[in-house]
Design a protein around this ligand. Structure first.
Ligand SMILES: C[S@@+](CC[C@H](N)C(=O)[O-])C[C@H]1O[C@@H](n2cnc3c(N)ncnc32)[C@H](O)[C@@H]1O
Length: 322
């Protein structure tokens, strides 16, 4: 994802929605335990804060996420993240190994809910899914990914937006295509959760948001497809287009109730994933035991040698003194 200037990063942050609290309530209700959540590709922490808001709303319930680990490869985004006592933010450069990532997040078989909000399409999927399958709690752990790719503002504004979206075709990257098709083609090697989508069949949800004209224009300027086109020398968000949006918006001071169209898939580990993990874990235990027994053998022979040395010295001293 291209790095944004401070000004564009502000615009980006203002236009991005907070995710509806009932999403987290639903996810938490289907998660076996509520000790640890991982918000991966957290950005400014939009999803991480959603998880912790859930904690505030339901503080008396026995079931909640006690801790949220939020990670991102972009340090600048993390600096702008919303702070919360239960969220720990970590910079995770792509140079980190699988074992380092697993340890940082909480270890094998430790995470109850993994959330990748508007993010998984940027990831190198194979290594990410390997880590996911290790850290996800084998009993009751869930992974939820979602993307929002469309705005519903008003018939007048939406018509211009549709033409703008169509104009991005020549500049779309494979990553953008995953987002534009609402994760229908996203590889998602997990077992679906009833009513919450599965690979190839995401569910569609609305995210209500309030947006001003200024916020909308900021959103357009920080919009990745338009930025990609700009990198290739084509300005899609021209002054003329902005004028047309302004006209279609109506009153400049109007803050509109809008919707983002989102697409979500929730998954859990399959029985074969759990079996693979169990075997891997067992073979690790055997190696550790072997190491331990080798260590014991070494300690025993060193101790024996030390005793033999002391005994020989005592015998030598006794002979000398006799
Ligand atoms: C569109 S933002 C979404 C941020 C936030 N989750 C939200 O819902 O608004 C995508 C984020 O994914 C991060 N990202 C991209 N590739 C990543 C990777 N391999 N590992 C972790 N984060 C990554 C980017 O730095 C960026 O902050």
């Amino acid at each position: 994802m291209a790095a944004l200037s401070d000004k564009l990063a502000d615009a980006y942050q203002n236009a991005r929605p907070r995710y509806p609290i009932d999403w987290f309530t639903k996810l938490a209700a289907r998660t076996g335990q509520h000790k640890l959540a991982w918000d991966v590709g957290t950005g400014n922490g939009q999803a991480a804060i959603g998880v912790s808001m859930f904690l505030h709303l339901l503080p008396k319930l026995a079931e909640y996420f006690e801790k949220v680990v939020a990670t991102d490869i972009n340090e600048a985004q993390l600096k702008r993240a919303v702070k919360h006592e239960r969220i720990s933010y970590h910079h995770t450069p792509t140079t980190m190994s699988e074992d380092q990532m697993v340890a940082l997040v909480g270890g094998d078989n430790s995470v109850d809910l993994i959330v990748a909000a508007q993010a998984v399409h940027y990831f190198d999927l194979a290594p990410f899914y390997n880590i996911t399958k290790r850290v996800l709690r084998k009993e009751g752990g869930l992974i939820a990914v979602w993307v929002y790719n469309d705005l519903v503002i008003s018939p007048e504004v939406d018509a211009i937006m549709k033409r703008l979206v169509d104009s991005t075709f020549p500049f779309r990257t494979p990553i953008m295509n995953l987002a534009f098709d609402g994760y229908k083609t996203l590889p998602f090697p997990f077992e679906g959760v009833k009513g919450m989508g599965c690979e190839g069949k995401p569910i569609t949800l609305d995210i209500p948001h309030k947006l001003s004209l200024k916020g909308f224009i900021g959103f357009l300027r920080s919009w990745q497809p338009a930025m990609k086109a700009k990198e290739r020398g084509v300005e899609l968000v021209t002054e003329d287009l902005i004028n047309r949006f302004e006209e279609a918006w109506g009153d400049d001071d109007d803050v509109k109730d809008i919707f983002y169209k989102a697409h979500m898939i929730v998954g859990k580990l399959s029985a074969s994933d759990i079996e693979r993990h169990r075997k891997r874990f067992e073979s690790n235990c055997v190696v550790t035991k072997l190491k331990d027994s080798n260590n014991s053998a070494v300690i025993a022979s060193v101790t024996a040698a030390a005793f033999a040395g002391v005994a020989a010295y005592c015998a030598y001293s006794a002979r000398k003194n006799a």
